[in-house]
Design a protein around this ligand. Structure first.
Ligand code: HEC
Length: 436
């Protein structure tokens, strides 16, 4: 299958790159000057533009409350941060991405530096952070940030908490639901959703599940469906914003919050061939023993129709350690779909497959999750407690969300009436981010 075949190719390329890198850094070869004494404008800026600035810029992408602490857009600031940049890329902490290295090339939204790019950043930090000639820099990168701050473009509909809500001084964790009716003025008819972006209304927002439109958790980027893919937002829907606020309690720490979500719809006449549905592969009955460093639980799902798997999103809490999705085809052939060897609760990535993976009827998906409830897990709030399913981050969850479409294309035209049969119990209104 595609995934397994891809691997030897990737490792072969890695070897070629390494050999090339060794060759250019050999002493006496003039081409090595580029690698050993890179300059900011010629060598570093292109890497930052491609891999870092989308978050590390003034008002960079806000990923569910995760805002990058510094803009790497000027020479002065970047130079100051050079040692920390070197450490962050050497340890793989930045850019944030948690799929196993073997998945390089599998996911369209991967954030992975080439070995040569890491080498350049390290060499720049080590060799005196030279500025070089500004004329060598590529033109400033343009990011798709509307001036109003929505990266998905001009919204057709904005849904927000009815009024600002005060998260009091005393609050450390708070769970509260807000019902937000979508009125007929806001949405006179059912429409096809193209993109959804959330904006946390304060630094206290830890995550939001806004059924049925989606949600954000730390590190989650806006959801933009590929052309021709969508879900339906029905007129008269009430959106429930289930807010999780988290902050350090104390005098003067109260903040106002008015979180919002922007939606872009397909324009009339555009074609939707694929209705996006989702599975949660949820686990609920587990109990993680106190001090267990490697507790495992599995669940599985078998598809009854031919589907294309589009993306995956493993979700655990502070004790989450690793996640593995495996696919077994009806003929028995088994492959890894996604391996996250070091899960990090702070980064809830959606792993979007470059090419949808075909799962013919009868295909089984196995989800295995691991938790670390020992003192060795630095995020663990209390290793001496057995932990079960629960909403607070100090309890655990275990989901392997998975979105897919039926293989057989449908043909819907945006602006035309959307047939009722789409809204069955397993229809598109199931919320991909919701624990149900
Ligand atoms: C998806 C958004 C995103 C991207 C892309 C990204 N960062 Fe970050 N970065 C963050 C956030 C958020 C933080 C603060 C939270 C944290 O440290 O985990 C951060 C923190 C950092 C820090 C401070 C960490 C420390 O402990 O000193 C450095 C240095 C850094 N990033 C470098 C980079 C570099 C270099 C790149 C590109 C190769 C990059 N980042 C790409 C979001 C991003």
């Amino acid at each position: 299958m595609r995934l397994r075949e891809a691997l030897p190719l990737v490792s072969m390329l890695a070897v070629v790159v390494l050999v090339a890198a060794c060759a250019t850094s050999a002493p006496g070869i003039s081409a090595d000057s580029e690698v050993s004494t890179p300059t900011f404008y010629a060598d570093v800026v292109p890497i930052l533009q491609e891999n870092c600035q989308v978050c590390h810029m003034e008002s960079g992408q806000n990923l569910g409350g995760m805002v990058a602490p510094v803009a790497f857009t000027s020479y002065e600031t970047t130079k100051e941060w050079a040692p920390r940049i070197a450490r962050a890329v050497r340890t793989g902490r930045m850019p944030p991405w948690h799929a196993a290295r073997e998945h390089k090339g599998d996911f369209s939204n991967e954030r992975v530096l080439e070995d040569s790019e890491i080498a350049t950043l390290l060499a720049w930090a080590r060799s005196g952070t030279l500025a070089g000639d500004p004329a060598d820099a590529p033109p400033a990168a343009e990011f798709n940030m509307a001036t109003n701050g929505w990266s998905i473009g001009e919204p057709d509909l904005i849904v927000r908490l009815p009024e600002p809500y005060l998260v009091h001084d005393t609050i450390e964790d708070q769970y509260i639901d807000f019902e937000v009716p979508i009125t007929a003025d806001m949405l006179p008819e059912d429409r096809w959703v193209k993109a959804v972006e959330f904006r946390a209304g304060s630094s206290a927002v830890h995550h939001v599940i806004a059924s049925p439109i989606g949600g954000i958790a730390p590190g989650n980027a806006p959801r933009v469906f590929p052309d021709g893919y969508g879900t339906v937002l029905r007129k008269g829907t009430t959106v429930t914003f289930s807010m999780h606020y988290h902050k350090t309690p104390g005098e003067g720490t109260a903040v106002w919050d008015q979180t919002s979500a922007a939606i872009v719809f397909y324009a009339p006449g555009e074609i939707i061939d694929h209705v996006v549905q989702s599975q949660s592969l949820g686990m609920f009955r587990f109990e993680i023993p106190a001090n267990d460093p490697n507790y495992t639980f599995r669940s599985e799902h078998t598809f009854e129709k031919d589907v294309n798997i589009l993306w995956m999103l493993p979700h655990m809490h502070l004790r989450g350690k690793a996640a593995l999705y495996e696919i077994t085809l009806p003929g028995g052939e088994k492959e890894t779909l996604l391996h996250v060897p070091r899960y990090d609760f702070n980064w809830q990535h959606t792993y979007i497959l470059n090419e949808p993976v075909l799962a013919p009827a009868g295909t089984k998906i196995d989800l295995t999750l691991w938790w670390d409830n020992s003192a060795g897990n630095r995020h663990n709030p209390n290793p001496d407690r057995a932990v079960r399913w629960g909403r607070p981050t100090t309890d655990e969850m275990g989901y392997g969300f998975m979105s897919y479409t039926e293989v057989e294309p449908r043909r819907f035209v945006a602006g035309e009436k959307i047939p009722e049969e789409l809204f069955g119990p397993t229809g598109s209104q199931r919320n991909p981010g919701s624990p149900e």
